[in-house]
Design a protein around this ligand. Structure first.
Ligand SMILES: [Fe+2]
Ligand SMILES: [Fe+2]
Length: 130
């Protein structure tokens, strides 16, 4: 089980992205601790947050002309689809699958994605003076 705990070492150096990342890490921890009855509402919160978070990053990338925008956007689209699939499976009663996704797959994805595409994006924005 992966429980991420936010600390300043996780920052990518962009205030908007760091605020979203902190909120995301905190939502994952709350959902991981929740009981089964509480979990569906928390997955819905995570999904809403993540869709807004990805959209905000894409807006930043467009504003600052991030050259590999299509690659980063494509990865976001993959996660959107995956998330939609999990929401459907949860709605169909597959609680264990959704819980596993939030406990393992999402934290692992987040760390890898933040350390690569998100941190490259933040570095580019900074280099543009943003
Ligand atoms: Fe992000
Ligand atoms: Fe991203």
């Amino acid at each position: 089980m992966t429980t991420l705990i936010w600390d300043d070492g996780m920052k990518v150096g962009n205030a908007v992205m760091d605020a979203d990342h902190q909120a995301f890490v905190e939502l994952l921890a709350v959902a991981a601790r929740a009981d089964d009855a509480e979990f569906p509402a928390l997955l819905a919160e995570i999904a809403t947050h993540l869709r807004e978070h990805l959209a905000r990053e894409e807006e930043l990338m467009r504003q600052h002309g991030f050259p590999p925008y299509p690659i980063h956007k494509h990865e976001h689209d993959r996660v959107r689809l995956e998330l939609e699939g999990i929401e459907k499976r949860l709605a169909a009663g597959n609680l264990m699958l959704a819980r596993g996704y939030v406990r393992e797959a999402l934290p692992d994805w987040f760390v890898a994605h933040k350390n690569t595409m998100d941190s490259a994006t933040a570095g580019w924005i900074k280099a543009q003076g943003g």
